[in-house]
Each structure stands twice: as structure tokens, then as C-alpha cells.
Design a protein around this ligand. Structure first.
Ligand code: CAA
Length: 270
């Protein structure tokens, strides 16, 4: 993937992440441990939580893109060297740290897009599934190989994979540890699109730019509807939708969006 080397990082204090605002309101977060294929250790998890908080508190933020440094790996899982020394209670705390960071990511106000540029294994697949959707490069590989290490998934993989792919396919992947290539991930709905690796970032930015032209408040409400609706029955989900639909009529974005249509001009949302 062509990484934006010319773009200055806006946040220099992270040890394991790069955070860049690559266009107005479009942030790129790069997990930056390429020597270990961007494996997630305690530092990455706590910095990820901090970065998410920072971007979510920026009222100008519109989209967050997440990728891995280098052209080989998005994230090759939780850091096995670190996990090898953990006691059971420390293992539980490690899982809880990852779960909390990923849950916080999932609950961001703005859309979050994973740009999966290689291996997305174990915690990497779990990170991708905690984003709103995935764009994959043609060399991407998705899987949950934890059973080969004598452990279960720990950052939500058994739960999110099952919700995304259904019980039978999730079970097959979880107990075999088999990885899917990009085409299979696309076919199964884990990835929305597959691009040549050299185009992945530009395709992600193009989609993020398109998203950024829409109403931020309507996007925030829509994200809430989809996220919270997943845990509701259809009846209650539709009640929530009519409530938020009504609430959207109170927003300046509704007034601007409809007036722009009537005036035959592009809306300008602030
Ligand atoms: N943790 C720590 N280090 C890792 C790592 C990981 N998850 N994945 C790769 N690395 C390191 C390797 O040890 C190696 O380091 P050295 O150069 O110091 O030896 C470096 O990254 C490059 O890796 P490889 O030489 O293995 O590269 P490869 O191209 O031959 O293989 C791979 C690539 C198939 C991804 C292989 O590295 C691999 O199988 N990695 C582990 C994948 C895995 O099991 N992930 C799940 C972890 S468990 C988990 O994530 C639990 C959870 O849900 C919370």
C-alpha cells in the first residue's frame, strides 16, 4: 500500500501508532509495529483507546481509517511473545483491555473503515470486525488461528465472527483456524471491496471523502440505528428509527440538506 509518507503525523506522542489527519476531517490511524507484523501488545491497545478518544472528541472528525504499517500485514494478532508470560488473571485482564478498546472503537460517533492490507489474524481480524466495514487489499488474509496456540479468541472474535458470518461458517473458521483470502472474505461479506494493494489507501480516502460530504449528524444517527438496532427486534428497531427520523428534523443539517435540494445546489454541512 502506498503509505502517506509525506503527511506529517499530528500526534507524535504515540509509541506504536501513527495518527494523521490526511484530509480535512479524515484521519488515518496506522498500527506501527511492522517488525512483528503489527502485533497488538498492551501498549498498542492502550494507545488505540487514547487515539480513538482523541479523534472522537474532535468535532471536525468525519471518518477514521485504520490500517497496518508495511505491505505485509494489517495486524497479525495479539502479541504472542507478550501473551506467553501471562498468568490466567493477567490473560483475562489483557482480553478485557482489548475488548474495551475495540468496543470503544465500535461506538465512535463517526464511521470507521478498516483498510486491511495483509494479514488480519486473531486480534487483527477482531480489530477489522470492530470497524464499521472493511476494504481489503488483494493480499489480505482473515482468520482466527487461536486454537492452534491452545487459546480461544480474546478480543471478541467468537462473538463478532458469528454475528457477521452466521454460526456454521464462524464455527468452521474458529475451530479449524483456517484463514480466508480476500476473495472469500468478500464473498462472505467480511470485506466490502477488494483492491490492488497499491490502490487501497486512495480507495479508502475516496470513500471517506464521499462520506464526509453528507450530514455529520445524520451519519451519527444512522450509525446508532445500525449499531443499536442489531440488538433489538424489528419492532423496537423500527420504533427507534422513527424516533431518530423525527429528531433529525430538529437539526440544522436537515434544514440545509432539504433547502439545498429545493435550491438545486450542493448542501454545505458544518
Ligand atoms: N505476535 C508476536 N510476534 C509476531 C506475531 C504475533 N501475533 N505475528 C508475527 N510475529 C513476528 C514473528 O515472530 C516474526 O518475528 P522475528 O522476525 O523476530 O522472528 C515477525 O513477526 C515476522 O513474522 P514471520 O517470520 O512469522 O512471517 P511469515 O511471513 O513467515 O508468517 C504469519 C506470517 C503467518 C502471519 C505468522 O507470523 C503467524 O502465524 N503469526 C501469528 C498469527 C497468529 O497466530 N495470530 C493470533 C494471535 S492470538 C490472538 O490474537 C488472541 C486474541 O484474539 C486476543
Amino acid at each position: 500500500m502506498n503509505m502517506p509518507e509525506q503527511i506529517p503525523a499530528i500526534e507524535a506522542s504515540f509509541e506504536t501508532l501513527l495518527l494523521n489527519e490526511i484530509q480535512c476531517g479524515i484521519y488515518l490511524l496506522t498500527i506501527n509495529r511492522p517488525k512483528v507484523l503489527n502485533a497488538l501488545n498492551t501498549t498498542v491497545l492502550s494507545e488505540l483507546a487514547q487515539a480513538v478518544e482523541q479523534v472522537d472528541n474532535d468535532s471536525n472528525a468525519r471518518v477514521l481509517l485504520i490500517t497496518g504499517a508495511g505491505d505485509k500485514s494489517f495486524v497479525a494478532g495479539a502479541d504472542i511473545t507478550e501473551m506467553n508470560t501471562l498468568t490466567p488473571l493477567e490473560g483475562k485482564a489483557f482480553a478485557e483491555r482489548g475488548m474495551a478498546a475495540f468496543r470503544r472503537l465500535e461506538q465512535m460517533k463517526i464511521p470507521v473503515i478498516a483498510l486491511v492490507n495483509g494479514y488480519a489474524l486473531g486480534g487483527g481480524c477482531e480489530l477489522a470486525m470492530s470497524c464499521d466495514f472493511v476494504l481489503a487489499s488483494d493480499n489480505a488474509r482473515f482468520g482466527q488461528p487461536e486454537v492452534s496456540l491452545g487459546i480461544t479468541p480474546g478480543f471478541g472474535g467468537s462473538q463478532r465472527l458469528t454475528r457477521l458470518l452466521g454460526r456454521a461458517m464462524a464455527m468452521e473458521l474458529l475451530v479449524s483456524g483456517r484463514a480466508m483470502n480476500a476473495e472469500e472474505a468478500l464473498q462472505r461479506g467480511l470485506a466490502n471491496h477488494v483492491y490492488p494493494q497499491s490502490d487501497l489507501l486512495s480507495e479508502g480516502v475516496a470513500l471517506a471523502s464521499r462520506i464526509s460530504q453528507n450530514s455529520p449528524t445524520a451519519i451519527q444517527m444512522t450509525k446508532q440505528l445500525v449499531q443499536r438496532g442489531q440488538d433489538l427486534d424489528l419492532e423496537n428497531g423500527c420504533v427507534m428509527e422513527s424516533d431518530l427520523f423525527g429528531l433529525s428534523f430538529a437539526t440544522p443539517d436537515r434544514a440545509e440538506g432539504m433547502q439545498a435540494f429545493i435550491d438545486n445546489r450542493k448542501p454545505s454541512f458544518v
